[in-house]
Design a protein. Sequence first.
Length: 520
Amino acid sequence: MVRLALLSVSDKTGLVDFAQTLVQQFGFELLSSGGTAKILQEAGLTVTKVADYTGSPEILGGRVKTLHPRIHGGILARRDLEQDRADLQANNIRPIDLVVVNLYPFEQTIARGDVSLAEAIEQIDIGGPTLLRAAAKNFAHLTVLCHPRQYPDYLQTLQENQGVASLGFRQGCSLQAFQHTAAYDQAIATYLAQLYPEPKSTTATTELPKTYSVTGFQRQELRYGENPHQPASWYQTGQIPTGWAAAEILQGKPLSYNNLVDLEAARRIIIEFTEQPAAVILKHTNPCGVAIAPTLLEAYEKAFGADSISAFGGIVAFNQGIDGPTATAMTQTFLECIVAPGCAPEAVEILQKKSKLRLLILPDLTVQVPETFQAIAGGFLVQKSDEQTDRPEDWPVVTVKQPTPDQWTELIFAWKVAKHVKSNAIVVTRNGTTLGVGAGQMNRVGSVKIALEQAGEKAQGATLASDGFFPFDDSVKTAAAAGITAIIQPGGSLRDEDSIRAANDLGLVMVLTGTRHFLH
């Protein structure tokens, strides 16, 4: 019996050449519908239209085309069962050996800023996923293809197996089809969830949904994960690249797992600063130098000078396009990665001297990351990202001494940096530059000591930010002894009054934000 292939695709890439090979080399007959049938016919191929095969015309403006027993019977029949073979014969149904389907461009449609809900709804494919799922279920008897990139591999397996796709190949294609429909449904669910909220029970205490799914497409196999013995891959969510998947890599070695983790941490810090040129130098997700200045070069030099030892092999992020002088300054040390929203041609040429340096352009640094994830045994945790907008005008000054305008500016700067340092976080700053960073310590006293020791004599007249409250006044006294003149912290300790009293006795400014920014 001549084999039958059903082709119904939205993405027509490679379609005609593939169909011609099916017919001319492997003797397939073609069954198709809508625009796919038209393109194949215009290419001179003989095609049976689905409506002619089923005897049922396309209805509802094309919403119903392939939902018919003659189609799905031909896909789902188990050819090793006598009863299924009898049903096919009794209902004049031909078995279908190949199903080639890809789905309406839902994600591409909703990516348009002006798309209406009605337009989006019309791009929700019904027949396509049904065909894919049916064919994927019956992989024992036919092949399903859901992407043009699969065409060459399918033709190759036919060549290698006397015109029959191997069972292993069919199984692999079945898995890809189910992954494809799962991702498609996830994109629809995510879009609709943004438009109308999920019904909440009267006991609900969170904005997060009862069911949470995330789907990713492998963008790149990484050399390894955090360590050489850990396999790793980079996945992008959605068909349309956003965030780091949309970044332009101008030069350098392939990005590693650790590079990407650090780059994301650097991005989250640099977007805090929008009014002045800013530079962040980061190691192991913690900033070792952050600075703002009138020029990008000065911001980089200040950030580098904050901890030049740790800056070696670091990640650098800028909030403005890189110019020539800044590029020249960066060639004086070894850096892993640089990211900025742009890079002048002169700067690109200068940085090319560092061939192993990874240089990325991410025009939109402010990509929204609505939730963060953490895997645990048997599941995962989800939380809303810490993107709350702080309101300095609402922060109470709890000491007798009030901050000067310059101190207010410094307090805000220090607080923005502390938000992105691993807890227990202490940040010492002056003149829009970090001087000392105490990160990831088991107690806040240790973090204070580390940050102040790093700042050294520069702590005289400096500002100190803490991501958590001071339950005892010892850290306040230590800060004052080192020369700190202003402290910003969330407050909330039962012993806040002890810390406030110590600040008053020592002539310090203390501001409470009322918001905690722990970063574990």
